[in-house]
Design a protein around this ligand. Sequence first.
Ligand code: F6R
Length: 608
Amino acid sequence: MCGIVGYVGAKDCSEVLVSALSKLEYRGYDSAGIAVFEDGKIRIEKEKGRLLDLQKKMESDGVPKGNVGVGHTRWATHGVPSSVNSHPHRGGDKVTLVHNGIIENYKELKEQLIAQGRVFISETDTEVVAQLMDMNYEGDPEKAIAKTLAQVEGSFALGILFADRPEELYAVRRESPLIVGVAEGESFIASDVPAIIKYTTQYYLLEHDEIAKLTHEGVSFCDLEGNSIEKELKVADWDQEAAEKGGYEHYMLKEIHEQPTAVKTTLTPRISDGMPNLEECSITLDKLKDINQIYIVACGTAMHAGMVGKYVIEKQCKVPVIVDIASEFRYRDPLIKEGDLVIIISQSGETADSLAAMRLAKKMGAKTLAIVNAKGSSIAREADMLIYTHAGPEIAVASTKAYMVQISVMYLLAFELAFAKGEITKEECRRLTDILLGTSANIEKTIELVDGDCNTIAEALTEADSLLYIGRGLDYALSMEGSLKLKEISYIHSEAYAAGELKHGTISLITEGMPVIAVATQNALYDKTVSNIKEVKARGAKVILVCDEQAEVGADVADFIIRVPRIEEMLMPMLAAVPLQLLAYYASVRRGNDVDKPRNLAKSVTVE
Ligand code: F6R
């Protein structure tokens, strides 16, 4: 994972590159760098740390002046975060490049290159590509790129400058994403659309093993044999404002507040005459009727959305659902049969393990359905069926609005499947769909209702070393996400536990004052969860209870109560998710952490 950008045009190249990189820091922020043709020579500026650190360095070194260049923001894979391991990397005198992805056979290549007298200064796999490209370059960039790509294995996107071609920029990709943006008299490369949206909404999606050449005259594409390619120009529907903070202190808070709109925008086009209608996603009632087994495969938060889906689909549709972590699924010889449905959930659509799991499922004869937020991403392009979530760009590393739209789609799909299977009547399906659509307004109400309390209660979490989230059924599925959110941005250790499972070992962790966040929104399970709460309370836990506004809570049950509006029980996770997100957010703020860019993480995980 990393973000790469490039520019050819009349503007100050350094300024464009830094601005574009600032929108890609979610992909990694261990170091940043740029390379710009200045007076016909490539000048590199790079620095360990955030983009801000690079900017500070350039303030003292002087900013490179030129019109053609590349830039990079890194999430370290090979070699520690350091200045020398930062990109861009020189391959020798002839080539300078930036790279996103992993070169799997870099060790063998490095040994061969060293045997041929090449000297390496960094620990990166990227320098190996740069050196190889340098060896292969004999004045024809496309040929050098093609020859290099024949030798390297792995996933990568590259932005390449050839020292003797100061007016040109080249790009190529295999697996890792890359787009080529165009505007009047200028062109761009970027790992993702938000990076260039300030300059243009028009872009091309570069396909595997396609080479892009960017010059002041325009952009051209060819394959590895040198045959020119005509490509379709796309127009991004994300505007600049959507990719900026819009007055909020952090992207995460902004994105929490965008959830009502995101849910509405995702669901509305998929509802006609009050019924779910996923025909534009190639999902028909006939297709759904034949499904007897579903796998939901994803990573992290997206996998937690799948957990909610499992509870809802099994209950409503009577179809068994297995939820799998993508990195486990792909290596555990899953027992997929022809005709099974494999649902891949991904915000970025580029998560390496999820993509590989989807390819495996396809190979094994399953039908694949992708639920993806990033338009034109690899998972979106390769799935048999596709439901785009319309959350808009999610910049904060901790996912909130993407999760919310993912679960909204899980519900919609479950209702349509239940109707297709004859498990619910049309009237019931309409009724549930209507309530689902209404969650948009209820999420808004919930944010207003709980924001202040969450801010105050977060104080009780900030000094904790560790805490537990407990719940049963859908509340347990939601607790997993609440726990992940807290640990990833507040760095407080936490575990989500099925409330009834605590007494089989984990309850021994409870000590005086340990916070336990209990989620109890499911009527049928409420009393049972309360019994479990009392068990931890009796052992000294400080209980924060998330329940609905009508729940009768005894005086001895909780230290803090967060109440959310009451709606259809099954849909309660869509509201109860909000306080869990806000608790994590405020705990992180109170601990002085970098909320949007938590340590060691990156937004888009394009490595296994
Ligand atoms: C956590 C988070 C991650 C992602 C996971 C999958 O807040 O964002 O756990 O959910 O890395 O990413 P996508 O959805 O892009 O496949």
